[in-house]
Design a binder for this molecule. Structure first.
Ligand code: ADP
Ligand code: MG
Length: 937
């Protein structure tokens, strides 16, 4: 496509661009209309149409046409042109500095193909051969700036079978750590669950079969971002189409699709045949060199295996090396943990702030992160997204946390033992990718060296979990010895610099080093001797890679040079010479260096091989260290912040006394914004209140109260202590959190529709063991509609589902529900009315809100006094009308319910308007009949 756009202008044959000059001077050009380089470019582009093509020309990577325009904008580079008419845009980045630019583009979600020179331009007379040697994509390239707590998942999805037998497979690979896992979702809602899982995991890149996502296929090839408005627009359209076209429309709700797929910037279509069992499963078997996948828990999970195989295929197709550390594939199941759907993860700000651009300090992750190691941070993040659901697992952790929380000395000993522990998994990843130099390997050794200390510290604890960890962790002492026995204590950054291997490892290496050392001393001696002999005090023995060793003499002294000097090179101010003696030393030193370089490379490669052989052990140890770190972190928080051990049980209770919202509390503390006001909750799904209806003014603390409840449940099921005086928790199977549409407008979706789909998902899937939070439901539509929907939803949750529910609303009409629903309790956030207005007390107490404080809040917000006064007048009129309606509508409970519907309002209005005295009996009867018709619908 781009070839066609660009070709016509190009075919007219303008040759004057910068590039043309560069090329003509460098390479022969043919008589055809395309330069050979451009033919190479178009051929490469055809093979990788979805990639930005970085074409190596001399010391630069050049980009052409659309790629050039896009990249120049993304990276703020100067856009030049190859021709006078500027129809053939180009831009470039220097080869040596390319890394930074590449990373920036990858982070923005682009894919990049590197088209390299396959021959040395100096060695060839004809055109240099160019080929795409690597494709970099967000999911396959290692980003050195990746945060320690972040993961960089490449995901692959597939759907096998159809109808009731349909199974959706998902595989996830984090190349930076080697973590590789897969799962499956079966049944009619399989696809929805998979998309939801994607929303939680948030991979940076998604692979799918060309047929799978329907509309995404065409533009999923590359998301062009804001640069080209059209392309972005198209891409967006096709995302919406996805919902319609995806083979299973009824199982996919708009919100799930939005949350799960929207966030993934790079979606890569892979040929459909790759996602077949015949092709993909053997790839997995071959990679792990196993006969059957049963040992990985993948037996009978073909869809998961196919997704994993397709992922390996892609790694191959993009020419990624360094997969040695990906030494295992794990089948995992979501049902073993507390389920948090993607919408709740976002609403609760577990790991990311609700609005991008806001500081990460609003997240629970930030508040809880006191981990000492990168592995611990990643586990904390993963655990936040998948808290446990089994009582035994939670209890085991709480027990361990409790022991460490109560013993400052041992706890600090443990945490300090992890001080020098670096990112074991990432270092291993770099070793596998062959991008680890001697310093990184030494860093790995330092980390391994800390492990015995960690193990010792763990073994001082007595609870079962600590004992288990202490007994099963492999401190990898052999690997530590192997590295420190091979690598020099202070190795150079790069292997090529020499000196990476320790003395005494290889006799020949030591000898060669001695030789080049003595050779260098000899050169110093030669310099001194020649200075004395010629009387030229500034004479120097120097070295460069092109001319080797030489004697340099300034122009002024050139006359004094003895006859046995051979001229090598003349510079503006100096002459360079050599002598037979110098040549001899030169060859001795250079051969010695070359040979010792070879030996060092060989020994280093051997070490690397041995380390990779032990990759599985290292990863296992890294997992254990992460677990130790996490428990230590929980213990530290419990002690530092006065958190208490929750009482976890298999009941329907959710009760806290004097609980605090951990994030808001910490933010108040740090900003000096006052003290958090603790509040209590009592819910019981089996007996007692199941639904709490919280009313009160905006800014009163309703949303905070709701979120606090959910966060404490998440924390408790993670095995962490909680900020409360006391907490009793009957295990929760799922948490649902919905925020009314108008709180969501910033997200720019058809908000009411999103809110209703989300509510539908709750009403269809919540169980009696779930925790449901509904915050300002129904705000996104007309008052009466919203109120009616909220009313019906609360009834359904109360009567049919029986889930523990917290419902915050500004519709204080809903408080009437308490009269009808036995297990609904009204709560209100309190305010104090003072002469100068209202003060928020943030205390939650029993009872319905007595009135709406909207106007008071508006006054606090600074609305002009005239507007406030007028609003008070209008309100009075309405309140009078309402009281009247209520009076008229009572005592029938049905009428009470419909008093706020627009229908009854119309009927009331017509009755009020009717001129009873002026009506004929017939007219009166007609009116009556009409009103009745309207009432019956
Ligand atoms: P609502 O949902 O009722 O409009 P929010 O929960 O959004 O109110 O709370 C409004 C503000 O009050 C927030 O900025 C929050 O920090 C503060 N706040 C809420 N609850 C408390 C509390 N218990 N103690 C101290 N400050 C609180
Ligand atoms: Mg609110």
């Amino acid at each position: 496509m781009r070839a066609e756009d660009g070709a016509p202008g190009f075919l007219t044959g303008e040759w004057c661009g910068i590039l043309a000059i560069l090329l003509m001077s460098n390479e022969s050009t043919s008589e055809t209309t395309l330069t050979p380089v451009m033919r190479q470019y178009f051929a490469a582009k055809e093979q990788h149409p979805d990639c930005l093509m970085f074409c190596r020309i001399g010391d630069f990577y050049e980009l052409f046409y659309e790629d050039a325009i896009l990249v120049s904008r993304e990276l703020q580079l100067t856009l030049t042109a190859r021709d006078r008419e500027k129809k053939q845009p180009m831009c470039g980045v220097p080869y040596h500095a390319a890394e930074v630019y590449l990373q920036r583009l990858l982070r923005k979600g682009y894919k990049i193909a590197l088209c390299e020179q396959m021959e040395d331009p100096k060695q060839t007379k004809t055109i240099v051969r160019r080929e795409v040697t690597r494709v970099l994509t967000p999911g396959t390239a290692l980003d050195p700036a990746l945060g320690a707590e972040q993961s960089n998942y490449l995901a692959s999805v597939c759907v096998l079978g159809s109808g009731a037998a349909q199974v959706c497979g998902l595989a996830l690979l984090d190349l930076s750590t080697g973590e590789f896992r897969a799962t499956e979702f079966a049944g009619s809602d399989g696809w929805g669950s998979l998309v939801d899982e994607l929303g939680r995991v948030r991979p940076v890149e998604l692979l799918y079969g060309t047929g799978l996502l329907g509309g995404v296929g065409s533009s999923g090839r590359l998301r062009l971002g804001e640069e080209s408005g059209r392309a972005a627009h198209d891409a967006h359209l096709s995302d919406d189409e996805t919902v319609a076209k995806m083979g299973h429309p009824d199982s996919v709700t708009a919100s799930e699709t939005a949350a799960g797929l929207d966030g993934i910037r790079t979606k890569t279509a892979v040929e459909e045949w790759v996602f077949t069992a015949e092709y993909a499963v053997p790839l997995v078997r071959n990679h792990f060199k196993v006969h059957s996948l049963d040992g990985m828990g993948l037996g009978g999970h073909e869809a998961a295996a196919v997704a994993a195989g397709a992922l390996l295929h892609y790694m191959r197709a993009t020419k990624q090396g360094g997969l040695e550390h990906v030494d295992g594939l794990r089948f995992y199941e979501r049902s073993t943990c507390l389920e948090l759907d993607a919408v709740s993860v976002r609403n609760l700000e577990l790991v990311e702030p609700l609005f991008s651009g806001e500081s990460a300090q609003t997240t629970l992750f930030y508040t809880m992160d006191a981990c000492c190691t990168p592995m611990g941070k990643r586990l904390l993040r993963a655990t936040l997204l998948r808290p446990a659901s089994g009582l035994a697992e939670i209890e085991a952790r709480l027990e361990a946390v409790g022991e460490a929380a109560g013993d400052l000395r041992r706890r600090e000993g443990l945490r300090r033992s992890m001080d020098g522990v670096l990112d074991l998994e990432r270092l291993l990843g770099r070793v596998a990718a062959d991008s680890a130099g001697p310093r990184e390997v030494m860093a790995l050794a330092h980390t391994l060296g800390c492990l015995p200390g960690v193990v010792g510290a763990v073994r001082l604890f007595e609870s079962a979990r600590w004992q288990e960890l202490g007994a099963s962790i492999d401190p990898l002492e052999d690997l530590h010895e192997m590295i420190v026995g091979t690598i020099a204590e202070e190795p150079p950054v790069s292997l090529g610099d020499g000196g990476a291997i320790r003395e005494g490892v290889d006799a020949e290496l030591d000898e060669l080093r001695e030789l080049s050392r003595s050779g260098r001393q000899a050169l110093v001696a030669i310099e001194e001797r020649e200075r004395a002999r010629t009387g030229i005090g500034s004479l120097k023995v120097r070295f460069n890679t092109v001319f080797g060793y030489y004697l340099e003499v300034t122009k002024a002294n050139a006359k004094a040079v003895p006859a046995d000097y051979e001229r090598k090179q003349t510079l503006v101010n100096a002459e360079r010479f050599t002598t037979p003696e110098l040549k001899e030393y030169e060859s001795k030193i250079l051969t010695a260096q070359e040979r010792s370089g070879e030996i060092e490379r060989r020994l280093f490669a051997e070490l690397r091989r041995q380390l990779l052989e032990a990759a599985a052990r290292m990863r296992e140890t890294a997992r254990k260290v992460a677990e130790i770190d996490l428990l230590g972190c929980f213990a530290h928080l419990a002690a530092l912040r006065g958190w208490v051990r929750p009482q976890v049980e298999a009941s329907g209770v959710l009760e806290f006394v004097q609980a605090r919202h951990p994030v808001v509390e910490r933010r108040l503390e740090e900003s000096g914004g006052g003290r958090f006001v603790p509040n209590s909750v009592h819910l019981d799904a089996d007996a007692g209140p199941a639904v709490l209806l919280i009313t009160g003014p905006n800014m009163g603390g309703k949303s905070t109260y709701l979120r606090m409840a959910a966060l404490l449940v998440v924390m408790a099921q993670m095995g962490c202590f909680v900020p409360a005086e006391r907490m009793r928790l009957g295990l929760v199977d799922r948490i649902y959190t919905r925020i009314g549409a108008s709180d969501n407008v910033a997200r720019g979706r058809s908000t009411f529709m999103v809110e209703m789909t989300e509510t539908a998902a709750i009403l269809n899937t919540a169980t009696a063991r779930s925790l449901v939070l509904l915050d300002e439901m129904g705000r996104g539509t007309a008052t009466y509609d919203g109120l009616s929907l909220a009313w019906a939803t609360v009834e359904h949750l109360h009567d049919r589902i029986g889930a523990r529910t917290l419902f915050a609303t500004h519709y204080h009409e809903l408080t009437l529900l308490a009269e009808r629903l036995a297990r609904l309790t009204n709560l209100r956030v309190t305010v104090k009315e003072t002469a100068s207005g209202i003060v928020f007390l943030h205390t939650v107490e029993a009872g319905p809100a007595s009135k709406s404080y909207g106007i008071e809040v508006a006054r606090l917000a600074g609305l002009p006094t005239a507007v406030i006064a007028r609003a008070r007048e209008v309100l009075k009129v309405h309140e009078r009308a309402e009281t009247q309606q209520v009076r008229e509508a009572s005592p029938s409970p049905q009428m009470q319910m419909t008093m706020f519907t627009p229908l009854s309002q119309r009927i009331v209005d017509r009755l009020a308007e009717a001129d009873v005295d002026g009506l004929t009996p017939r007219e009166a009867l007609n009116l009556l009949a009409e009103l009745q018709r309207e009432l019956k619908g």
